[in-house]
Design a protein around this ligand. Structure first.
Ligand SMILES: *[C@@H]1O[C@H](CO)[C@@H](O)[C@H](O)[C@H]1NC(C)=O
Ligand SMILES: *[C@@H]1O[C@H](CO)[C@@H](O)[C@H](O)[C@H]1NC(C)=O
Ligand SMILES: *[C@@H]1O[C@H](CO)[C@@H](O)[C@H](O)[C@H]1NC(C)=O
Ligand SMILES: *[C@@H]1O[C@H](CO)[C@@H](O)[C@H](O)[C@H]1NC(C)=O
Ligand SMILES: *[C@@H]1O[C@H](CO)[C@@H](O)[C@H](O)[C@H]1NC(C)=O
Ligand SMILES: *[C@@H]1O[C@H](CO)[C@@H](O)[C@H](O)[C@H]1NC(C)=O
Ligand SMILES: *[C@@H]1O[C@H](CO)[C@@H](O)[C@H](O)[C@H]1NC(C)=O
Ligand SMILES: *[C@@H]1O[C@H](CO)[C@@H](O)[C@H](O)[C@H]1NC(C)=O
Ligand SMILES: *[C@@H]1O[C@H](CO)[C@@H](O)[C@H](O)[C@H]1NC(C)=O
Ligand SMILES: *[C@@H]1O[C@H](CO)[C@@H](O)[C@H](O)[C@H]1NC(C)=O
Length: 667
């Protein structure tokens, strides 16, 4: 029963006790207990509370070696990628749900989302986000805004008998103001998706507003989303070909060039094809062959593709068995490499043009992902392998998609409908992927990644090295197997130079290691990164809970190796120098809270001086109290607002425990 010791993990979290210890007024235990009860309205029928737990994949009959040499080289090695940034892995937020994630306007930002993003920006230096997806095709801006203060409104299909894939989506400018205000609080850069469904009606308003409001924080505008699926989706005729797309792109581009409200027409993102090589999709090269890059290359900030390794669309009427794909697609390094093979050439084209290649939208499986797989630790580990492999293939960025509340793959899901509880978010297993990638690449922008084809290229034990300026700085070691006996753990023997390399041994005297851990590849919520976790379904306010756990292992400098054991399952991030460790360490995680100003969505109230923040990332969380507030109305009641913060803190802890308690009973 996974929940029991997770309860004690939560109980041991110092954060939970510190508010009380500080002697600040708190609510009584009765109120806490009442508030901590898992709300039936939250869990009933909700995907994050889906109790479908799969069996982990069977272990191989011929296990790979348990002693794994990892030879690294001072000065670099063959196959290193181009330099990538810590913000390599970002998020793609479906436009039709964007207001639920980022807020309805600049005065009603959602603290949970800010806290989550802060965990990334504090590690990576910044974060990149896209608002777009299939729903961008039918977006229309209503310049005067929408009723009821909402930023996004999906017009109901007037005739449900007609299959309408993309119902009209009305967008208020306030959505873009929310994006702008987020960027004034955290270093976040944005991509926006523009409609492409109608060459006769380009609807340029979204680009106009985005350029005006976001300024330099708008880093790309996507025109054309998966155009290779347009004919199937009814957005174009059946005959739609790459040359048609290239012609349409030219028409839209001219529209934007003619629009003085869109001064920057050199930040487009295209061609965003998804499905070349499978079915009727196009490869990016098929689009390039029609003159696309010759004609429009100088207008592109990024060359983009989109891809999911599988789908759960049930198009053929044959439901995919998640158990089968778990081992054939996800917990399989060979399959991960295979996914990127088609893009090796695309990346070389991009590199030769000096343009970044971006995986603009991906996740475990389209059409919502697979229950029990997309929402499990298997997806976390797969995402790490896949992201590292994309970097190794010379992608410069990848965006994991966030869809509606019925999607299993979401890195984060707000509470259902109009709940006001900002702390009741669900942090999905794929969000941990982003934390690990941010730290693996660090904030220098110089991380160069190489697939080590570890363990004689075993599909179960992928490993990568990250070099900066010729020096090996970090190693990522993955173990896809699940084996509580410990027999499938492996030990990596990491050597820098020396041994048979004809170069001096340069192995450090010690290494620091952070582990991503879970008891099983199919576990959903008992996942910890360096000892910290976001907890269970509908239990998070976006902050990591628990104390950092960092291991320091002495190395054998006489024999020139550092031994690091990787549990099954698990991921180890090995820092080969204290500089590498410092560069990735989250030192300035900002904490955001709310005031009860009577809005449906809580308003953002606090930004916090860095000196205070230094200790607020799950270490000595008591410092979270007594912070300055910039919110309208909150200064008049400092006492009650600081009391609220304490109560929020405690409720997070209790709510997590209670929800896990209930999961335990149901299981
Ligand atoms: C929860 O995960 C941790 C770390 O993987 C593990 O030590 C603990 O035993 C797990 N709890 C259960 C009950 O499996
Ligand atoms: C380097 O040599 C030491 C001593 O023989 C050995 O233990 C270690 O595994 C070697 N490292 C590699 C990467 O082969
Ligand atoms: C912040 O939001 C407010 C209200 O929506 C808006 O007036 C303001 O322009 C926004 N600021 C930025 C930088 O986007
Ligand atoms: C706005 O709220 C009113 C009254 O609650 C409701 O009748 C109307 O349908 C709402 N409009 C939209 C666009 O949701
Ligand atoms: C494109 O989308 C808009 C907004 O939903 C819609 O009004 C228009 O009819 C669509 N155009 C085409 C050609 O589908
Ligand atoms: C853009 O402007 C040019 C020159 O002013 C004009 O010839 C062309 O028709 C315009 N195109 C569009 C798509 O508005
Ligand atoms: C998949 O499609 C088949 C045939 O259309 C249908 O009978 C079945 O219910 C679908 N299964 C799911 C899980 O949607
Ligand atoms: C990535 O780019 C670098 C630098 O151009 C090159 O040496 C390397 O071979 C490329 N990687 C792949 C997988 O093509
Ligand atoms: C949420 O929506 C439901 C149904 O539309 C409504 O009855 C309820 O009052 C709303 N709750 C809040 C807190 O707005
Ligand atoms: C395997 O890893 C698990 C989890 O870290 C650990 O508890 C166990 O001691 C390890 N077993 C061996 C033999 O190293």
């Amino acid at each position: 029963m996974p929940s029991l010791s997770f309860l004690s993990l939560l109980a041991s979290i110092s954060l939970c006790a510190s508010g009380v210890a500080a002697g600040v007024t708190t609510y009584g235990t009765t109120e806490l207990a009442a508030a901590a009860k898992p709300s039936p309205t939250l869990c009933v029928g909700a995907v994050p509370c889906d109790l479908n737990v799969l069996q982990p994949m069977a272990n191989p009959q011929q296990p790979a070696s348990q002693a794994v040499p990892v030879q690294l080289y001072s000065g670099g090695m063959n196959g290193l990628s181009i330099p990538v940034a810590g913000s390599f892995l970002g998020f793609s937020i479906e436009m039709s749900v964007a207001n639920r994630i980022i807020g309805n306007d600049g005065n009603k930002l959602i603290p949970t989302f800010l806290n989550l993003m802060s965990t990334i920006t504090s590690r990576a230096g910044k974060a990149v986000l896209r608002v777009g997806g299939n729903s961008q095709e039918s977006a229309s801006v209503v310049p005067a805004g929408l009723p009821n203060g909402t930023a996004v409104y999906k017009v109901p299909n007037p005739n449900p008998a007609i299959k309408q894939i993309t119902p009209t989506l009305l967008i208020s400018p306030s959505l873009v103001y929310a994006m702008g205000n987020i960027s004034s609080l955290l270093p976040i850069e944005w991509f926006i998706g523009l409609p492409f469904n109608d060459t006769n009606n380009p609807r340029r308003e979204l680009a106009e507003i985005a350029q005006k409001v976001l300024g330099k924080n708008l880093i790309g505008m996507q025109l054309g989303n998966e155009p290779d699926l347009y004919s199937g989706n009814g957005i174009r005729t059946n005959a739609y070909q790459p040359s048609d797309f290239t012609a349409d792109f030219g028409t839209f581009l001219q529209d934007y060039k003619n629009d003085s409200g869109v001064p920057n027409t050199n930040i487009f993102v295209a061609p965003s094809v998804c499905c070349g090589g499978s079915g009727n999709g196009w490869t990016p090269e098929q689009v390039f062959d029609t003159g696309f890059l010759t004609d429009y290359g100088s207008n592109l900030a990024y060359i983009s593709v989109e891809h999911y390794p599988a789908n759960n669309c049930n198009e053929s009427g044959q439901v995919v068995d998640p158990n089968f794909v778990m081992s054939s697609i996800y917990l399989n390094h060979g399959a991960v490499s295979f996914l990127n093979q088609p893009y090796v050439n695309t990346a070389q084209i991009a590199v030769s043009m000096g343009k970044p290649l971006i995986m603009f939208e991906t996740n475990t499986a389209s059409c919502g992902g697979f229950s029990g797989l997309s929402d499990s630790f298997a997806a976390t580990m797969w995402g790490i392998d896949y992201s590292l492999n994309m970097a190794y293939t010379n992608f410069s960025n990848a965006l994991f998609h966030v869809g509606g509340e019925s999607d299993y793959y979401n890195p984060f899901t707000p509470p259902p409908t109009n709940q006001t509880e900002f702390r009741h978010w669900t942090i999905g297993s794929t969000f941990y992927t982003a934390l690990v990638i941010a730290e693996a690449f660090g904030s220098s922008g110089n991380a160069r990644v190489v697939d080590l084809f570890l363990n004689s290229a075993s599909i179960y034990t992928p490993g990568y090295a990250i070099y900066e300026n010729g020096t090996p700085e970090r190693v990522v070691l993955i173990n896809y197997l699940t084996d509580p006996s410990g027999a499938s753990n492996y030990t990596a023997y990491i050597s820098v130079g020396g041994n048979g390399t004809n170069t001096p041994g340069a192995t450090p005297s010690s290494v620091q290691v952070k582990y991503l851990l879970s008891p099983s590849a199919t576990e959903k919520f008992n996942i910890s990164w360096a000892g910290q976790t976001f907890g269970g379904p509908f239990a998070s306010d976006g902050r990591l809970l628990g104390n950092d756990q960092i291991y320091t292992f002495p190395c054998d400098t006489n024999n020139n190796f550092c031994a690091v054991t990787v549990p099954a399952p698990g991921v180890a991030l090995v820092f080969l120098s204290s500089n590498a460790f410092k560069e990735s360490a989250p030192t300035t995680t900002q904490v955001f809270s709310t005031s009860t100003t009577g809005t449906t969505r809580p308003a953002i109230t606090v930004t916090i001086p860095q000196a205070v923040l230094a200790t607020s990332n799950g270490r000595g969380g008591g410092n979270w109290l007594g912070l300055g507030s910039t919110s309208p109305g909150s200064s008049k009641s400092l006492n009650s607002s600081s009391r609220m913060r304490v109560s929020v803190l405690l409720l997070v802890c209790f709510a997590s425990a209670a929800l896990f308690g209930s999961a335990l009973i149901i299981r």
